[in-house]
Design a protein around this ligand. Sequence first.
Ligand code: CP
Length: 316
Amino acid sequence: MKHFTNVKDLGNLQQAVKEALEIKKNRFAYKHLGENKTLLMVFFNSSLRTRLSTQKAGMNLGMNTIVLDINQGAWKLETERGVIMDGDKPEHILEAIPVMGCYCDVIGVRAFAQFEDKAYDYNETIINQFIKHSGKPVFSMEAATGHPLQAFADLITIEEYKKTKRPKVVLTWAPHPRALPQAVPNSFADFMNEADVDFVITHPKGYELADEFVRGARVEYDQMKAFENADFIYAKSWAAYQDPNYGKILSTDRSWTVSARQMAVTRNAYFMHCLPVRRNMIVTDDVIESPQSIVIPEAANREISAQWVIKKIIEQ
Ligand code: CP
């Protein structure tokens, strides 16, 4: 694998999950692969899980790791070509990226959607510049339109916890005080559409995701109906994708907050969320603290999904 930005880069998904579960049993078995190799992780946005789990994955593989927070101590970067750089950004990303490439063997990039220009976001302008100009393999640590390391960890978690061969998995929108990117729900849909699950998406009208991610998935606007007999509930907030409301909050309806009321109609479903989660906006305290909440093992699997991806890259 040269670069990792979406589910297609994994190849055979079932095989990838199988190999990831093998890695989990003995995560230090490939320590020799990363000897004298350096992983650079570049963050344009904040992180807890991605930062720790990806660094740990690199260390499990014997790599040296460097973390660069663009907004803390690095020069402010101009990202537009053709701009007269007489403002507060002293360095252009077109020099910064190849320089970063000089100091490492693999680059992980986190660069969220900015909600200023839909085409800029959905063309994945930042991560594609890294792919084009760094000269090194690049993987997404959450880009504008996808968070595939998270979705891969989610699928590994579902594989570990499922009680039926083809579980019903429901992705539900939930309210949030801030407009959040569609990256997590996009990638979750992308992975679930490839997996052997009965996949349903539920959200208020106006929150339809891009067709390229929804594909043939069933969309149910009645949340209670969607939850019926579900085996896994995956909650996430996102801002509107469709024009003319791209990046906007259309609803703050707290009846969509996942609570015991909705969980009662499921098949004793497991509750999942990528974290960080705003309690009593996305999910009530009692649901996230219940024995059916698997948000912590889900986060733990971020180390495994990252390790599988980095291993495949450095094996090339
Ligand atoms: N789920 C996730 O990506 O967490 P962080 O934003 O803390 O990295």
